[in-house]
Design a binder for this molecule. Sequence first.
Ligand code: PEP
Ligand code: MG
Length: 895
Amino acid sequence: MAEQKWVYSFGDGKAEGAASMRNLLGGKGANLAEMSNLGLPVPPGFTITTEVCTAFYANDRQYPAELASQVEAALAAVGQSVGASFGDAQNPLLVSVRSGARASMPGMMDTVLNLGLNDTTVEGLALRSGDKRFAYDSYRRFIQMYSDVVLGVDHHNFEEILEYYKEEHEFNLDTELTAEDWLRVIALYKERIEEELGKPFPQDVNEQLWGAIGAVFGSWRNARAETYRRLHNIPEGWGTAVNVQAMVFGNMGETSATGVAFTRNPSTGEHAIYGEFLVNAQGEDVVAGIRTPQSLTKKARLEANDRKPSMEEAMPEVFVQLTDVFDRLEKHYRDMQDVEFTVQNGKLWMLQTRSGKRTARAALKIAIDMAREGLIDEKTAVTRVDPAALDQLLHPTLDPDAERDIIATGLPASPGAASGEVVFSSDEAASARAEGRRVILVRIETSPEDIHGMHSAVAILTTRGGMTSHAAVVARGMGRPCVSGVGSIRIDYKAEQFTVMGVTVKKGDIITVDGSTGHVIRGEVPMLQPELSGDFATLMGWADTYRRMKVRTNAETPVDAMTARKFGAEGIGLCRTEHMFFDEARIVAVRQMILADDEKGRRAPLQKILPMQRDDFRQLFVIMKGLPVTIRLLDPPLHEFLPKTPEEIAQVSETTGMPADKLARRVQELHEFNPMLGHRGCRLGITYPEIYEMQARAIFEAAIEAANETGEAVIPEVMIPLVAMKGEFDLLRERIVAVAGAVEKERGTSLEYQIGTMIELPRAALMAREIAKSAEFFSFGTNDLTQTTYGISRDDAASFMNDYMAKKLISQDPFVSLDPDGVGELVSIAAERGREARPGIKLGICGEHGGDPASIAFCEGVGLNYVSCSPYRVPIARLAAAQAALAVAANAGHD
Ligand code: PEP
Ligand code: MG
């Protein structure tokens, strides 16, 4: 049997590996091989494969038998290539040893440089380089790094020795030390190592090499790496590779340098080299931050007002070579690259390349530019932008360079940032707004009564409630930044102040809320305004051509509906009518209706509400101009509309003329222990049919009026919430059809409409086959479906969800990203059973998950017709839906 290949060589314009062999060679090794194959200047070396790592652990930490001879042969070839020999006294080959997993993995042993130096070879290096100081400096760096990462002698030992030496000899900078000084420091280092370990620093270069290789493989299972793997779902079985590579020196004098660069600007996307370099330095000096690096380009230097020459000016020839390499790398990888390089005596060497991380703004620009440059096609461009990152572009954001005094952190419930005065009540927010002040509404939690306050505030902060609490959902719908569930804040409504970590913030004090990170900050922080640039629109247009699912919005106000249209919404997937009931002009009538003793008592106030509801719906139909609009009949428990405190009861008593004691009694009667599982949803329609009849009439009359106004046919979709049984649906459907018939007769016209239901209870999902016999569409209410499937209250989850995450019981808040296993299974079952009874039944989702990219991918898999989300998430959903469709198509192609 042929010997298994454990070692892959690269360098001199060729390689045994390639970029496609990432699993075997790790990211770094695969790209070093690829760059070699491209003929780029890569110092020769070899990669010990990830399979060695796996075999090492499977075999009681023993290496495969053939490894030693393969390493020896590869090392000899490297020596031949650079004209040196490992351990040779006159002309020693020095190498770097680096780890390289498939995915970059902090926590593992990273790098040892200058390996192969000992008391003898260092003299060879000094002789050949003609620079004793350089040779001894390299040796002491090696001793320090190797002892720290391989031998476990902490680097503070060496820092201490060096500091002491400098103090004693009155040196300020390392550069002041002569060759002789370094030689003495080396002796002190070696003494300390012997003290610490009871044996001397290894002089045998092979012992050094295998020590470093062993340290890399050993670090694959250290505690930090294991934690990182667990957090990022990286399987232990992947293993790491080890890269051994001939050293090149950036610290050989003024014609040597080392640097890092991006082929395009990772923050703006501009097609211009971005990066820095240091003359006469080794890799770790750039990151260590001891010396300030210089710009690569003259333009960047001028912009930074830096006097030190740029690389373009200081090393013009190497700079031209470098830009040429960048061009070739981009043409080859077809993506922006993040590279490391070294210049040794005027010669350029490439040490690493990988796809660079970037901001949302840069991602958009780079994707579009590359498509226009012909590097990628439009489809690929669409996959290059992270939909969730678009959030950064749709809301004002904190200036990243600004100082901030963070006093608390909660859930990032609705993105964007805002500064304003603290107020503790919605009425106060409204009156402050009327005076033109910017306020932040701070509440323990919010309820539908706070809608006007939330509208008036520039941001909302709550101390209770999760990502789908009332505050979070409404804030997202309105595009208001919101941080919810900030448990560390204690609100004292009476004293009109809150306290956190010993800080007291009073009404009127300025705070800043960042709904993208969950931060609560004292004082004002400068903001950057959102920019809907041309690139953004272009990419959205491309996404739309590959998208299968429609994207609708959850909206009930004309402002929200118009915002959503501007962002490309193709209809309304959920209009929550209860929010319309809180308008000041109608809440009195609503309360009268609820508090009435009988049907007759309810009908009169409903008559007052009817024209207002009709006008709400007419406006939405007009804005949506013939696009589908789903209107949900009243859903929340009635007590949400009722007065609570004695003061509120007195106020209502005055406006309605109802005696206060009777009012208090009625409020008491309506009290429920579990209102979310109580008298709400279609159960209201069953007990108070006249409410749904009024709403249905408002919908149908508005449809006729809007059609006349716009000339576009309106086909309203009437949606019944919280259905669990077909019987509930049938009973209500019959009444709605009767109302439609009556309206048709009165108006002398015919109506087209659909009546469907939400699927938001497990029973509804299971009974979907039955329900679909009557329901013309389903909309998955995954907020309630998640709540009822898990039995976790969506309003109280925040208090323990963080703990569940910390203990790794769940990796994602199921109210944010749809649980594909449990809740998702119910969605799949309902879709399948619904289609059995009614082939082609229209299926959508209107829970908060409709704006979450991972959940949208799930919806594509189930074949839903549309997703519906808050207006500000519409662009995210458009892009996520396109990517999901492309992924499904790509998978189908592979079968
Ligand atoms: C849902 O339950 O998912 C839903 C959309 O309805 P609401 O959030 O209004 O309960
Ligand atoms: Mg619901």
